[in-house]
Design a protein. Structure first.
Length: 306
């Protein structure tokens, strides 16, 4: 009987001791102890800082991505892309990217896009040239930012397109709202609206997307210039214009002038336009005929009568 009482007393003592130690540790950790700053900084934060990936859902035509060696390699559906990865698409090519379940990007032909940052809070991209389409479901906690040389495009949820020519950026919104910032100015572009910004200037006012796009061109070359053509034209400001595949520099009002040399048997010049909404127009400009060559030359002297 005495042995059983002794065992019970020992167990009760151990239980009391454990309770006292637990309580002491709780007081110590709450009131006295603080982890060193460098240790607290190293503790992983909530999922808001988690890095995400862009998954390649589809590839059509010639599309390439950068490699770790700085070269370019063919992009394949199913690949995972992270910060500092770049993509470029050829003529007639495109690729579709998915970021989570609520965000998608399509990189259309003749474009180059770089991923700068992908977290739960920020999706940041650099559009060097070309056009991308964004389909982002509304999310108050996440910001989409697309940077270009003409301005910065931001949205927390919209379906829209961005076109960068290297000197200007244009946006067209299908649904939701998008903000275009440039040169200390900004404009809100809502559903069915478009706007553009030329490098070094504030954005234009938002206006309805027109039903059609207009491209006017003419040949201002003369036969004596030695050129195939001097292509002069007017395009919507912020649009992309190419002359035989080479980018044409547009003035802020959309006017352009491009001299084209005679090469080989060239008889015409192809002028192509693409706007932010993805609409395209082409025009052909005939070369001027060069001056007729002198194939025979003779001098006939007349004798002076005596």
């Amino acid at each position: 009987m005495a042995r059983r009482s002794t065992s019970r007393l020992a167990l009760e003592s151990v239980a009391v001791l454990c309770a006292v130690l637990t309580g002491a540790w709780w007081v110590f950790s709450r009131a006295v102890y603080r982890a060193a700053p460098e240790l607290r900084a190293g503790i992983p934060k909530a999922a808001s800082a988690a890095v995400e990936e862009a998954i390649v859902e589809a590839v059509s035509g010639p599309v390439q991505r950068t490699t770790s060696q700085g070269d370019w390699a063919a992009l394949v559906a199913g690949e995972h892309l992270r910060a500092d990865d770049s993509l470029r698409t050829g003529i007639g090519a495109r690729t579709d990217l998915r970021i989570g379940d609520r965000a998608r990007l399509t990189v259309t032909e003749s474009s180059q896009l770089t991923i700068r940052e992908i977290t739960n809070k920020l999706h940041r991209f650099q559009l060097a040239r070309g056009r991308v389409k964004a389909d982002y479901k509304p999310d108050a906690q996440r910001l989409l930012r697309i940077e270009s040389s003409g301005g910065v495009v931001e949205s927390r949820g919209a379906r829209f397109s961005v076109l960068s020519t290297g000197t200007a950026v244009a946006i067209a919104t299908d649904a939701g709202a998008v903000t275009l910032r440039a040169q200390d100015g900004s404009v809100e572009v809502h559903e069915g609206q478009q706007a553009f910004a030329v490098q070094g200037r504030a954005p234009s006012a938002s206006e309805p997307i027109p039903a059609s796009v207009l491209l006017k061109v003419a040949n201002a070359a003369a036969a004596t210039d030695g050129l195939c053509a001097t292509v002069e034209g007017v395009a919507p400001p912020g649009a992309e214009v190419t002359v035989d595949g080479a980018a044409a520099a547009l003035l802020p009002d959309g006017r352009f002038r491009v001299p084209v040399a005679h090469t080989g048997g060239r008889r015409e010049v192809l002028v192509a336009l693409r706007d932010a909404a993805g609409r395209e127009e082409t025009r052909k400009v005939r070369c001027v005929d060069p001056p007729a060559r002198i194939r025979d030359f003779a001098i006939h002297w007349r004798k002076r009568p005596p």
